[in-house]
Write a protein that binds this ligand. Structure first.
Ligand SMILES: C[S@@+](CC[C@H](N)C(=O)[O-])C[C@H]1O[C@@H](n2cnc3c(N)ncnc32)[C@H](O)[C@@H]1O
Length: 213
């Protein structure tokens, strides 16, 4: 069996520098988000953003949903992978953070593809209808199982769901003061689900790819 490389900060910088670069608009979105202070840790990493765009293109997604939009960085990445007539429904409870994203979506020419729905996603996820090709879940971690169960029936066969922060800073293994019970339960829940294939990637804080069979 092969070895898993330890991704140090230096190696991660190298990986980002040798992958799809952020353009000026995405760079400015990240900079404005970093100006928010501590909340900016919620941002998806640049290599995750590149992966989101690439996967969206690879599976020829036309209809996508994002749960947890924050300042719109991952939504920008997904929408850029969609065709001109593609649609991304974004669910988030916070009007202030998402209003930052709207400015950059306009500048990037993707605003017409994005349908932002402000409100508690516990409710709005149950109001989704139609078929989806791709879903990105990055909101409240203790609701991941419910998001998975709500979205899976709406996903087309071979459709893709992605869940962020599934390694919880590495705390899903070992003993820690802040035990990420929610992530442990979610990871165990999907691992034994025969309806899906699951791949956990050590990118960012852990990104799980879930393919519907
Ligand atoms: C980690 S951030 C999302 C980061 C974003 N995907 C990005 O890459 O920049 C989590 C977001 O989920 C939203 N959120 C948390 N709980 C929610 C809920 N119950 N309903 C809707 N949005 C929620 C927060 O408002 C926040 O914007």
């Amino acid at each position: 069996m092969g070895n898993q490389v330890q991704v140090t900060d230096q190696l991660h910088d190298y990986m980002v520098a040798h992958g799809m670069p952020l353009d000026e608009i995405a760079t400015e979105l990240v900079a404005e988000t970093q100006g928010l202070g501590r909340a900016s840790v919620m941002l998806t990493t640049p290599d995750q953003a590149a992966l989101l765009t690439t996967l969206t293109r690879l599976i020829s997604a036309r209809r996508a949903v994002e749960i947890g939009t924050f300042t719109g960085f991952s939504a920008l990445a997904i929408s850029r992978g969609l065709p001109d007539d593609g649609r991304l429904i974004c669910l988030d409870v916070d009007d202030e953070w998402t209003s930052i994203g709207r400015k950059y979506w306009e500048r990037a020419g993707v605003a017409d593809k994005i349908d932002l729905r402000i409100g508690d996603a516990h409710q709005s996820v149950t109001e989704l209808d139609g078929e989806f090709d791709l879903a990105f879940v990055d909101a409240d971690k203790d609701w991941y199982i419910q998001y998975f169960e709500a979205v899976l029936p709406l996903l087309r066969p071979n459709g893709l769901m992605l869940f962020d922060n599934t390694l919880a800073g590495g705390r899903v293994v070992g003993v820690h003061d802040e035990d990420p019970v929610d992530r442990k339960e979610f990871n165990a829940h999907i691992a034994k689900d025969a309806r899906v294939d699951v791949v956990m990637l050590g990118i960012g804080d852990g990104l799980t790819l879930v393919r519907k069979k």
